[in-house]
Design a protein around this ligand. Structure first.
Ligand code: F6P
Length: 554
């Protein structure tokens, strides 16, 4: 927002400050009792998802004020700029065009003078041929046997999105290939996977936009060495190793055959890349039709995001509620609570998506910010979390807004499990909202026959303040379409919050310093140079020395 009023001095921001003070004494219980139709009015639909956002510390006036702030920050104009392909990633001077990866229209979008629509479709067609070749066994392992396992080697955005989708869409697996994911430089992860597979029937996908990421390159080299040790030849590598990258030279130098390269582009951010050929392990596992259905689901959410008025726009409203709690109520974290085993990796994916995007401290002009940006995103699958961290949500001192996510139908009907799971989800969001008053706690204890003194001492511990906000997102079932829409919803929510906070949501300079320092430290760990001459600190030196002095040899 160069040349405009600072965000916190804007009249729309100040109006929200005053409105928060006005609402701070109101309990959500009262909002529900004074407005019995509240739930039916605070519902949005888009991309096969339905959002109930009635359990928020918000009235109609709150939403008007939040939308006024979004308008003042030019949210609709910025949404258009993204879809148009403007260079909205300003520090890297690039567009952020993940939406083009799932746009089936074929409408032209120009980046640096080139229409990328045919490039996207050609890549999907190449993926389709590859998936078909592998599944029909035209492309086999070195001994002519069909592939049984695919090991995807990548980290961050080249790992979490595909891993989430493969796990979430397990009911759609075609049953031919078992996917495995190796991300960490902790050798245990690779070793555990390699121990379980047959080198003759294992396909390796090296997934790295940059082809420079240390963890991915080291794991890929180790995988190649293992493959050669297990009887594979240099010529066999072309049958067993495929890569997805923008860095063709490095990939070829690594030994990947040019035909085995799938393109990536600078205009797709790593954490937004699962829709590109980075989704190859998913496509191999669920088939190309289901992969295209995933893209279609995301596209449905894109269309909703681009066309729905802000007050009816699911990503915009969820984003503005997040801003409301982060900047006006002091919430520092946001919980993602999927009530579906298949969605158990969603919190980890959204953690990278949101925290790498909006964990920023300067605005687009490079000026330090005087307001909070991205919250800590965390969470876990329900109902397990209820018996673990939900205690803090109910009675802790912090305000933690939560998103409950649940399908109406399960892929695995077992006895009364699904209805019980659904009941758990609803009881948690209701308990967070309504809580339990001191009088209610005392009445319960009296009913149990406790003495007056016992009631007085125990009752305060049983009070649940309530008034804890949550959204509930419901879908018919976890399908490729609804999952695509769900992930796209959070991508857009993140983008809108970045617009309000005036940060570049598409760069990630913060991860670079650790990488730079890592090189020097690795060098010092593996040599016996005199540490006193190196720029360092006594803690790092001490930890290096401990490692050098270790008794084992590896
Ligand atoms: O270190 C962070 C990061 O740059 C992510 O943004 C990215 O998704 C990940 O590393 C992997 O990068 P690459 O695909 O280039 O190996």
């Amino acid at each position: 927002m160069s040349g405009t009023q600072p965000l916190t001095e804007r009249p729309e921001w100040q109006a929200l400050v005053r409105h928060q003070q006005h609402l701070s004494g109101t309990h959500m219980r009262d909002l529900f009792s004074t407005d019995p139709d509240r739930a039916s009015r605070f519902v949005l639909k888009g991309g096969g998802l339905t959002l109930d956002y009635s359990r928020n510390r918000a009235t109609h006036e709150t939403y008007e004020k939040l939308i006024a702030l979004a308008s003042a920050c030019k949210v609709p104009e910025r949404i258009e700029a993204m879809f148009r392909g403007d260079a909205i990633n300003i520090t890297e001077k690039r567009p952020a065009l993940h939406v083009a990866l799932r746009d089936p229209s074929g409408d032209s979008i120009t980046v640096n003078g080139e229409d990328i629509a045919p490039t996207v479709e050609n890549t999907l067609a190449k993926m389709e041929r590859f998936v078909d070749d592998v599944t029909s066994q035209r492309w086999t392992g070195r001994s002519g046997k069909a592939f049984t396992d695919v090991i995807s080697i990548g980290i961050g955005g080249s790992f979490l999105g595909p891993k989430l989708v493969s796990e979430a869409l397990k009911p759609y697996w075609q049953g031919r290939l078992q996917p495995h994911y190796v991300a960490n430089i902790d050798g245990t992860q690779l070793a555990e996977v390699l121990n379980r597979v047959n080198p003759e029937t294992t396909l390796f996908l090296i997934q790295s936009k940059s082809f420079k990421t240390q963890e991915t390159l080291e794991n890929s080299k180790a995988a190649r060495d293992w493959f050669l040790e297990q009887g594979g030849t240099e010529e066999d590598i072309a049958r067993h190793f495929v890569a997805v990258t923008t860095n063709i030279d490095e990939a070829v130098q690594f030994g990947i055959a040019e035909d085995n390269l799938f393109p990536m582009w600078d205009w797709v951010g790593g954490r937004y890349s699962l829709w590109s050929a980075i989704g190859l392990p998913v496509a191999l596992t669920i088939g190309m039709d289901n992969f295209r259905a995933l893209l279609a689901g995301a596209h449905a959410m894109d269309s909703h995001f681009r066309s729905a008025p802000m007050a009816e726009n699911m990503p915009v409203m969820m984003a503005m509620l997040g801003v409301w709690y982060s900047n006006f109520w002091g919430a520092e974290t946001h919980a993602i609570l999927p009530y579906d085993h298949y969605l158990r990796i969603l919190p980890a994916h959204l953690q990278q998506l949101d925290m790498e995007s909006n964990g920023k401290r300067v605005n687009q002009n490079g000026d330090a910010l005087n307001y909070d940006t991205g919250p800590v995103i965390w969470g876990g699958v329900g109902a397990n979390g209820q018996h673990a961290f939900h205690q803090l949500l109910h009675q802790g001192t912090r305000l933690i807004p939560a998103d409950f996510i649940i399908p109406l139908q399960t892929h695995n009907p077992v006895a009364d499990h699904h209805v019980t799971l659904y009941a758990n989800c609803l009881s948690q969001s209701r308990a967070l909202m309504a809580g339990k008053t001191l009088d209610e706690a005392k009445a319960e204890l009296a009913e149990e026959g406790l003495s007056a003194a016992e009631i007085d001492s125990l009752a305060p511990h049983k009070v649940i303040p309530g008034n804890k906000p949550s959204n509930t997102l419901v879908m018919d079932k976890v399908t490729p379409e609804t999952l695509g829409a769900l992930i796209a919803l959070y991508e857009h929510r993140t983008f809108v919050q970045g617009i309000i906070w005036d940060v570049d949501s598409f760069d990630q300079w913060g991860v670079e310093l650790g990488k730079q320092m890592g090189k020097g430290i690795l060098d010092r760990l593996t040599s016996d140079r005199d540490l006193s001459t190196e720029p360092s600190d006594s803690s790092t030196d001490q930890l290096i020395q401990w490692f050098r002095n270790r008794s084992t040899t590896n």
